[in-house]
Design a protein around this ligand. Structure first.
Ligand SMILES: [Zn+2]
Length: 450
């Protein structure tokens, strides 16, 4: 009896303590299970003492390009570049060079190629290098990357598709002292102020662009005169540019895109480098494409240009996939032809005019000081570091806040046709819808095939 009583007494004290301990243990394990970083299983696979150096990276339009270097131990081979986690692995093509297990890589030699950010699935991914062991088991090893560039974290919004967008946050981090580069992709809608595409209808309320007087069977350069004599009709470039741009905006919006415009009337003034200016708005609004719409003139005394047709001005170091679509779609939808101009032509209808490294080194870029030739550097200044933008405030113009940005829109500049060509001017005036249709279709086709 006595013994039993004693046991009961002990049990009365010990059991509740034991019970509490078990509850605490269960809660603790449960908590650990729920809060376990789902990335941890993957990150734990990383080789902790070897990682690649990322030396440069830039987003241009919808593509991201990465450059780097790394050395692998002797007993691994066949490295691959991946965006990966425990359940998803996306292999990224790269240009890889090797010498004695030391590698240098670049995702593409073209600034508008590389990782297509539109195609990364909603997930939490890490940029890693996978390599296989040379042993019989061919075990896979994973190596992380470390930031050796001058850039930091960045953010990208995908183009609107079915009213939806993804936000990609590219963040430098560490996992147990190992550097990591995390690509977190989340579904979202575009915040206010963020757009898909920017259109810049050339010229503005203070600058009509090329102005001609159109007669029944002749035309002449209106020069600075405010009206036309001989009863002609005044045709201003800014009006043609705006009509095409407004029609294009409508068509792109019908495709679901959010479109920003540097002007929507013929009276407003558009600055160049001020915030929301012609060379800054695309990047102020995080747009993926920037389209400057102009009409050309060859300035033949008395008018009637011998040149005619479409010119698409593009940046250097790009592939011409989208530029060619612009040429094909605009010429077929607007009933026109690629330009007959030879100067600066690099392919049928495609033109390049950017400064050479020599011109930049010699500080020899007089064109930036001339407003007449502003469009030549529109391409370069919108593209930031990818297109070697140089306006850091040296000129009479306001500083381009994005000149050294590695996260920019992909710009194109169009000279739709020659306003001072008698055979072409009526098409430019009356066929805004055809030109806009060609522009919109080219973008639509390009994004479908990418
Ligand atoms: Zn113009």
């Amino acid at each position: 009896m006595k013994k039993r009583k004693k046991f009961a007494k002990i049990a009365k004290i010990v059991l509740p303590i034991l019970f509490t301990l078990i509850i605490v243990l269960v809660l603790f394990i449960g908590y650990k299970f729920i809060t376990k970083d789902p990335n941890k299983t993957f990150l734990e696979k990383l080789e902790m003492d070897t990682y690649a150096h990322i030396t440069n990276y830039a987003i241009y339009g919808i593509h991201m390009n990465i450059e780097g270097e790394f050395t692998l131990p002797d007993d691994v081979q066949n490295p691959k570049l991946l965006l990966a986690n425990d359940s998803t692995q996306i292999e990224i093509p790269w240009e890889l060079e090797e010498e004695n297990h030391t590698y240098t890589f670049k995702t593409s030699n073209f600034i508008n190629e590389g990782i297509n950010l539109e195609n990364i699935p909603v997930a939490d991914l890490y940029l890693v290098i996978e390599a296989e062991s040379t042993e019989n088991d061919k075990n896979l090893k994973y190596y992380s990357v470390e930031n050796h560039s001058k850039y930091e974290n960045m953010e990208y919004y995908t183009l609107t598709k079915n009213h939806k967008n993804n936000q990609i946050t590219m963040e430098w981090n560490t996992f147990e002292e190992c550097p990591t580069w995390r690509f977190q992709v989340k579904e979202t809608t575009l915040p206010e102020g963020v757009y898909d595409i920017t259109i810049d209808p050339g010229h503005d309320g203070t600058d009509p662009g090329k102005t001609i007087c159109l007669l029944s069977n002749d035309l002449y350069d209106a020069g600075d005169i405010s009206g036309c004599y001989q009863g002609g009709t005044k045709v201003e470039e800014r009006e043609i540019n705006l009509n095409v741009s407004l029609a294009l905006k409508q068509k792109l919006e019908n495709l679901g895109y959010k479109v920003a415009m540097t002007r929507t009337d013929n009276q407003s003034r558009v600055e160049i480098y001020e915030p929301m200016g012609s060379a800054t708005m695309a990047n102020d609004t995080k747009s993926k494409f920037s389209l400057a719409i102009h009409s050309n003139s060859s300035g033949v005394p008395g008018g009637d240009s011998t040149l005619s047709g479409l010119e698409v001005y593009v940046a250097g170091d790009i592939n011409f996939d989208l530029a060619e679509l612009f040429v094909n779609e605009i010429t077929s939808n607007a009933n026109t032809t690629p330009s007959t101009k030879i100067k600066y032509q690099v392919a049928n209808g495609i033109y390049q005019r950017f400064f050479t490294q020599e011109e930049i080194d010699n500080d020899d870029y007089p064109e930036t000081k001339s407003l007449d030739l502003i469009y030549y550097y529109y391409i370069r200044e919108v593209g930031g570091v990818s297109t070697h933008a140089i306006n850091n405030g040296y000129s009479e113009y306001h500083i381009n806040e994005h000149y050294n940005s590695n996260n920019t829109a992909e710009p194109y500049l169009f000279e739709l046709g020659y306003v001072d060509n008698l055979k072409e001017v009526n098409n430019l005036r009356d066929n805004a819808d055809g030109y806009a249709e060609g522009l919109a279709k080219a973008i639509q086709k390009y994004l479908e095939q990418e």
